[in-house]
Design a protein around this ligand. Structure first.
Ligand code: APR
Length: 320
């Protein structure tokens, strides 16, 4: 059986990390695409030379020609510019919208059957624009944000409770911005909800509130520390979890930016919700009951995404 083909559109920090993970996990052959000429070829060669040491078999190709992504099973899009200190994800809108147009047209022409995972920020607006420009069905185009935001939440919770990250499950829903919604009631240690753990004296409401706040600004904290660019290890791992669920038809239930058609009372936009990813892409959008503050935060988040979509429409009249 032929190997899967994974096209990475954008061969920067996240793109290179994605390629390494695809190789190490033997998920398939890799095409690293970038507008920069030599860089993707250099990264592909460097990565290919790690294969004999690590013991993985994969063809890795760097390119600036969209024809090379032909027949890709999965496309992971990181093309664009990342944040600099002091910038919000939304500040990236103008530049990255133009990039999504070029990428969407490239995917439409050369890999229309791929499962597409968008990482480029501001995420919820960019994945929507990418779907519009590519014309692919909405079940085949998703955004990576919730897995990453939830991983940040899980990491902080595991530290607080002094337990393995493996046993901490957590959900972060809503838009991938300051209005994201870490849902404490649905976050657990081996099935024990966080509110119960507070009652059991494992933590305090104040400490959990601080963790929620740190999760919300988790990307900005890293941007500030790096001083040049944004996070790339955890974003790459998160997108690989989504690609893996698709390629192996695992039907994992993961929080992702998905196109809503009435679910959660929301229509015609992308926002972070729990979905099942399987061989058909988005197999199911899971509607959990959001109450009180979580519901209010989710609504604020949806409105923030709507504002960004309107800003995109003002910049590009082909977007409806
Ligand atoms: N087509 C293809 N690649 C492009 C294009 C384009 N039109 N425009 C820019 N690129 C490439 C750049 O040449 C660069 O190599 O996208 C790559 C982006 O890589 P980095 O600058 O290293 O950014 P990275 O850290 O990988 O983040 C990429 O993900 O998390 C988001 O906010 C982040 O939007 C940013 C994206």
């Amino acid at each position: 059986m032929a190997r899967n083909k994974i096209a990475l559109i954008g061969a920067g920090m996240i793109g290179g990390t994605l390629a390494h993970l695809v190789g190490m996990k033997e998920l398939g052959d890799v095409v690293l695409f970038d507008i920069a000429e030599g860089m993707p070829k250099g990264k592909a060669l460097d990565l290919a030379q790690s294969a004999p040491v690590e013991g993985f078999d994969a063809r890795l190709k760097g390119t600036s020609d969209y024809a090379d992504i032909a027949g890709a099973d999965v496309c992971i899009v990181t093309a664009g510019v990342p944040r600099k200190p002091g910038m919000s994800r939304d500040d990236l809108l103008g530049i990255n919208l133009k990039v999504m147009k070029a990428v969407g047209e490239g995917i439409k022409a050369h890999a229309p059957n791929a499962f597409v995972i968008c990482i480029t920020n501001p995420l919820d607006a960019m994945v929507w624009a990418l779907r519009e420009f590519s014309g692919l069905p909405a079940n085949k185009v998703v955004g990576m944000a919730g897995v990453l935001d939830s991983a940040r939440f899980r990491h902080f919770l595991a530290e607080e409770f002094n337990v393995s990250v493996e046993d901490v499950t957590a959900f972060v829903l809503g838009g991938h911005g300051d209005t994201m919604v870490p849902v404490v009631e649905y976050s657990t240690v081996a099935g024990i909800p966080v509110p119960d753990l507070i009652k059991m004296g494992w933590s305090t409401q104040e400490k959990i509130d601080a963790i929620v706040a740190r999760t919300r600004s988790g990307g900005g904290e890293i941007v500030g520390l790096l001083g040049n660019g944004s996070a790339y290890y955890a974003p790459a791992s998160s997108a690989i979890a989504m690609a893996d669920s698709y390629l192996k038809d695992k039907r994992r239930l993961l929080p992702c930016a998905a196109f809503l058609s009435g679910e959660y009372g929301v229509k015609d936009l992308y926002v972070g919700v729990p979905i099942i990813i399987g061989a058909n892409g988005v197999e199911k959008i899971v509607e959990i009951e959001l109450k009180g503050e979580a519901k209010a935060n989710f609504d604020v988040s949806v409105n923030a995404v709507k504002e960004l979509m309107d800003a995109c429409r003002n910049l590009d009249s082909s977007l409806k």
